[in-house]
Design a binder for this molecule. Structure first.
Ligand code: DQA
Length: 142
């Protein structure tokens, strides 16, 4: 069982970026927690971050995985291309947001990704990624 975890634009700055909203934990630390938990649960995890929409689409097409965990960041609210890539590969996807996008600015309250995701986790901080890893194992085990 392999999960692919994709982090979208500006998430490389986690730990330094708007820490009152996104917290003080770096992306490297988040990835370490994800891979440690995945291993504990008997899964392999690959993590990938890009600031480029096309690179994210290419990763969804090209990387091997059974389930995708994705924080599309700002592309959540703009990207039909990432939505279509998830639909095209036909594998389960969990959408994660650190902040609660539904109680922020109006433009953040619509997700192009939600309609093709198995589920969405938001507003629970970095813990949301770890909840998604646990959900991934349940989904993949049927
Ligand atoms: C985010 C929420 C998005 O609106 C924002 O553009 C991000 C991060 C989150 O994790 O809360 O970059 O996806």
């Amino acid at each position: 069982m392999k999960i692919l975890v994709i982090h979208g634009p500006n998430l490389n700055l986690l730990g330094r970026r708007e820490t009152t909203i996104y917290g003080a934990v770096s992306l490297g630390e988040i990835n370490q927690r994800i891979t440690t938990l995945a291993t504990e649960l008997g899964m392999d995890a690959e993590t990938f971050q890009s600031n480029s929409e096309g690179d994210i689409v290419d990763a969804i097409h090209g990387k091997s995985f059974d389930l995708l965990i994705i924080n599309p960041a700002a592309y959540t609210h703009t990207s039909v291309a990432i939505r279509d890539a998830i639909a095209a590969v036909g594998r389960p996807a969990i959408e994660v947001h650190i902040s609660n996008i539904h109680k922020r600015e109006e433009f953040r309250q619509h997700s192009f990704i939600a309609g093709v995701a198995t589920g969405q986790i938001c507003g629970l901080g970095v813990e949301g990624y770890l909840l998604a890893v646990r959900a991934a194992r349940n989904i993949l085990q049927g």
